[in-house]
Design a protein around this ligand. Sequence first.
Ligand SMILES: NC(=O)c1ccc[n+]([C@@H]2O[C@H](COP(=O)([O-])OP(=O)(O)OC[C@H]3O[C@@H](n4cnc5c(N)ncnc54)[C@H](OP(=O)(O)O)[C@@H]3O)[C@@H](O)[C@H]2O)c1
Length: 325
Amino acid sequence: MTPSAALALPRLCFGLGSLMAWAPGHTHPLPTDSYAQVAAALAAGFRHFDCGDLYTNLPSAIRAIRDAGVPRDQLCLSLKLNTYGALKPARRDDMVASAKKVLREFGWDKHDGYLDVALLHFPPRAKGDNLSNREAWAVLEELKDEGLVRVIGVSNWTIDDYESQFAHNDIKHLPQVSEYELNPHLLFDPKFKARAAFEREHGIVPKYYGILTPVTDRLAKRSASPHLLATLDELSIETGLTPHEILLLWASQLDISGTSPIITTSTSNAERAKRLVQLLGDTNQDDDDSGKSGLDKSVYERLEHAAGQDGYEGKTFYLHPHMNK
Ligand SMILES: NC(=O)c1ccc[n+]([C@@H]2O[C@H](COP(=O)([O-])OP(=O)(O)OC[C@H]3O[C@@H](n4cnc5c(N)ncnc54)[C@H](OP(=O)(O)O)[C@@H]3O)[C@@H](O)[C@H]2O)c1
């Protein structure tokens, strides 16, 4: 059994972050109603949802999930807790209050209610008034010990962030999940490789987002992916799958961290949501991880070769203004 299977987390996760509306110039997220899109994702069969206490569409998502009436034990909620005072107060009490508020809004605050996953949204790095990475991690350890959260982890963590967290010899619980940006170009980034090696050593399950960046218009303004895009077009003709589907299948079979990853993606389109579940839902994945989803290994090799030709510099999209990846 793989570690991700041991954690009993669905490998396909529906992200709420992509559905948020933004102020002109992408300055800050506006209150957003994502009820219809989350309801469509539930109807399509998604059961794992990725959200954050900073996400302005969380209240509407909670309503959609509650209204769907899916039994609690079939749902999986990943909540990222903000750690940046510059975005919103983020001391220990704020983080605990955020987790309890979400539990209450779901109606899961009684009878041993719990969140499935809680992650530190960004490494706080003791910048300004922020907690240190170790102090923020201690808050998640506390939530886990109290039974309020089942699985704990980090997001946007680099190898340096792990080192500052692990430098203290008082770690009670290891991170179990690590959420970060991935696309085929980033495989070639030495920082990415170093993090994957660390996670492999410690049995930390990767949770990827941003997989579709090369085929959306996000990179176009910064840098192009000519080799990758040309190869995806060829592979699309050969396989009958869209470039988007090929990229998601590629990510789902990666084992660079020594375990099968969790794929976090999103769509506002009900038909695409159904297709995603059909393609990547847990019933379509082999328990032993061999040959899942049926694409020949050579497809992934060609894709990676092309991505390597384009290089990795400038290929991240989610550059948070307050941190370096
Ligand atoms: N930890 C973090 O800091 C962090 C950062 C970023 C994201 N996230 C999480 O990860 C989730 C996914 O992130 P992401 O948006 O970067 O995911 P992604 O999988 O790279 O992209 C999803 C986007 O691709 C579009 N798309 C999907 N299939 C398509 C198709 N066949 N043709 C054209 N467009 C297609 C969707 O648009 P349509 O709606 O038009 O289908 C959607 O907006 C977010 O929602 C969020 O929950 C976390």
